[in-house]
Design a protein around this ligand. Structure first.
Ligand SMILES: [Ca+2]
Length: 266
């Protein structure tokens, strides 16, 4: 039992030390775990259908849906300068396409650093992802930096509506981790959670760090992030709704996690 405890302590400590590194590879994608407040308004989105499916017109609609607008080059660059790194080309302001690269990599950005700029596209029917800007949280989703918060599906405790798209980007202090705990959960159920679902990403966006997709009425297990950021994504389709969900996230520091593990093995 004591060996177990010691092993756990070593594991947690190793983890904490590793986490002080701002950059790391996860699922083959280089990403940063530091996210600074000033860049929080810029975010990456893709179509419900997947990567590179949005025409320019559709890209504008995606940003507007969340009360935002296409990011400008300067907003994207400002975000990039403090660590926003996404390996996916998207529309931004005035029909320009590109993506922000902070660290040079061989499989992304042609080894360059900066906004990888595909220029102003003449053909607005080309399909890419999109970069939006919205510093304000909208009714559902938004950017959350409080250490403790309860997040709910749109309209909760009423049933959620059809055609909802919500992204919650959570960022707590560097060095802390985020513990998710579900309080209530009821999302239209189908075997692969295709109709409506909640997804958890151990990352600041929904490009990397996929943890799981959930539907039905069983409470998902608690989840603890590896870094100080997390993204939750909720989508509903055009028919059949359900009760929705309520969850709490809590910022935890390493010593709290250690205590938690120690309790578990004592
Ligand atoms: Ca539905």
């Amino acid at each position: 039992m004591r060996e177990m405890l010691l092993l756990t302590a070593v594991f947690v400590l190793t983890f904490v030390l590793t986490e002080t590194e701002a950059w790391g590879y996860k699922n083959g994608i280089l990403h940063n775990s530091i996210w600074l407040e000033q860049a929080a308004g810029v975010y990456h989105r893709e179509s419900r259908k997947g990567k590179y499916q949005l025409t320019y017109k559709e890209a504008i609609a995606v940003c507007r849906f969340e009360g935002g607008a296409l990011a400008t080059y300067d907003q994207l660059e400002a975000a990039r300068r403090i660590g926003f790194h996404v390996c996916a080309a998207g529309w931004f302001d005035k029909g320009r396409v590109g993506y922000p690269i902070v660290k040079a990599g061989s499989n992304c950005g042609f080894g360059k650093v900066g906004i990888i700029d595909y220029g102003y596209r003449l053909n607005k029917s080309e399909r890419w992802d999109v970069y939006c800007y919205n510093p304000e949280a909208k009714e559902c989703g938004g950017v959350h930096t409080d250490p403790v918060k309860v997040l709910v599906s749109p309209g909760y405790p009423e049933e959620y509506q059809d055609e909802q798209i919500c992204y919650w980007h959570i960022r707590v202090l560097f060095g802390q981790r985020i513990r998710l705990h579900f309080l209530d959960f009821d999302i239209e159920e189908d075997t692969a959670c295709i109709s409506d679902y909640l997804e958890i990403y151990d990352s600041y966006d929904d490009v990397s760090g996929f943890v799981g997709r959930y539907c039905g009425d069983e409470l998902p297990d608690d989840f603890i992030s590896t870094g100080n950021v997390m993204t939750l994504k909720f989508l509903s389709d055009s028919s059949v709704t359900a009760g929705g969900f309520q969850l709490q996230y809590i910022a935890v520091n390493a010593s709290q996690l250690y205590d938690h593990h120690a309790d578990a093995y004592s």
